[in-house]
Ligand binder design. Structure first.
Ligand SMILES: [Zn+2]
Length: 375
């Protein structure tokens, strides 16, 4: 017997109201179903990008199943004709194709007995973050609690102190937006690289006091949201948003860490373009000199400086309502701030870990070389 499970950490739809069983082997799932009318990307039939479900096969043999993810809108669905699966007992996610027609993407798969995860992008939920934090804490890494989310979940900051008292401070932040799980895998790769014994990581550890905020939006991640903390909640990537515990925790943590270099990791849905969003064009050039287009995964860089963005918006100053933490770190600490977007299509979690390690090193060395973070 086949069943679609909901209501787990990170599930979207959140509950069974979003699941329609057509016959014993076919289900239509309202991918982005919301329990109440939300705002921005969290509308009932909205433009949100969260789809995380689990298929339970309680029989004794493998079964064929058809799962139709219905996004209830045609907007952006052309970016979603793929999914990632994780079979029972497996750790790794692998990409599978989906067939796109109008508002729907259809997946055909054969599921062994047990629970198979099917999601638009590999899941990395609040529980995964708790395990990541505990793993590092028990290995002796300094882990600080920086506050609680609006719904009482923990926000953490991992700290790797530099061996050099003159070191600059480097802050990494991920998962402002709930669906963008790439950031979590990048953070894993950054920690693995920094805790390794190679030459590059020794240099970076000498020059930088490193702080890592692995999951800025635990409520949104747990609640199966797309970008916000809840249906009508905060956008944690904006300085001006609805009052929220996680938002306050991030602000306090940045005020404590006072970064010289700041990296915020996202994954947009555009399939073949990596985003490098910077304050100064020179910093993008210095990063790309160390990290060329990722042609092996079919990606090209798109660079946008603050000046480019202002020009495209026909503005002379960044309005307070458009400012993100990168602007906050520049305005308050003179930090070099960079936002990256690393889309999932064609990449595995292992690729994403390497991507995180590479961009941390590229930005770290670029900032040292240009002297941009000299006090
Ligand atoms: Zn984002």
């Amino acid at each position: 017997m086949l069943r679609i499970l909901t209501s787990f950490d990170g599930s979207s739809p959140r509950d069974d109201v979003g699941v329609h069983q057509v016959d014993e082997a076919k289900f239509v799932v309202l991918a982005n179903y919301r329990r109440q009318e939300g705002i921005e990307e969290e509308c009932l039939a909205g433009s949100g990008a969260r789809f995380s479900t689990r298929i339970q096969n309680s029989g004794e043999t493998a079964q064929k199943v058809t799962v139709v993810a219905d996004w209830q809108t045609e907007l952006y669905v052309q970016y979603r004709d793929l999914g990632f699966v994780r079979m029972p007992g497996e750790v790794d996610w692998r990409q599978i194709p989906g067939r796109h027609e109008k508002t729907q993407v259809t997946y055909e798969l054969t599921v062994p007995p047990g629970v198979t995860s099917l999601a638009l992008y590999p899941e990395y939920n609040y529980t995964d973050c708790c395990q990541f934090v505990e793993r590092h804490r028990s290995a002796g890494v300094d882990v600080q609690s920086i506050g609680k989310s609006q719904e009482g979940r923990d926000l953490w900051m991992l700290h790797l102190p530099a061996s050099n008292p003159q070191a600059k401070r480097f802050v990494v932040q991920a998962r402002d937006h709930a669906y963008e799980s790439a950031g979590s895998f990048c953070v894993e790769g950054i920690m693995d690289m920094l805790l390794s014994d190679d030459e590059k990581s020794r240099l970076l550890r000498r020059e930088y006091d490193v702080y890592v905020i692995p999951m800025a939006n635990p409520d949104g991640v747990h609640n199966g949201m797309s970008r916000l903390t809840s249906e009508r909640g905060a956008n944690l990537n904006r300085l001006i948003t609805r009052a929220d515990g996680a938002h306050l925790a991030i602000r306090n943590a940045l005020n404590y860490a006072r970064p010289d270099v700041y990296l915020n990791i996202h994954n947009w849905q555009i399939k073949d373009i990596d985003g490098l969003l910077v304050i100064e064009p020179a910093m993008a050039a210095a990063i790309m000199a160390r990290m060329p287009d990722d042609v092996a995964h079919g990606k090209k860089w798109y660079v946008e400086s603050r000046q480019d963005w202002l020009k495209s918006q026909k503005l002379t100053d960044v309005p307070e309502t458009s400012k993100s933490w990168k602007d906050y770190c520049l305005d308050h600490f003179g930090a070099i701030g960079v936002t990256v977007e690393f889309p999932w299509p064609g990449r595995t979690p292992a690729d994403m870990r390497l991507r995180g390690a590479s961009v941390f090193a590229a930005l770290g060395f670029a900032a040292l070389e240009t002297g941009a973070c000299r006090k």
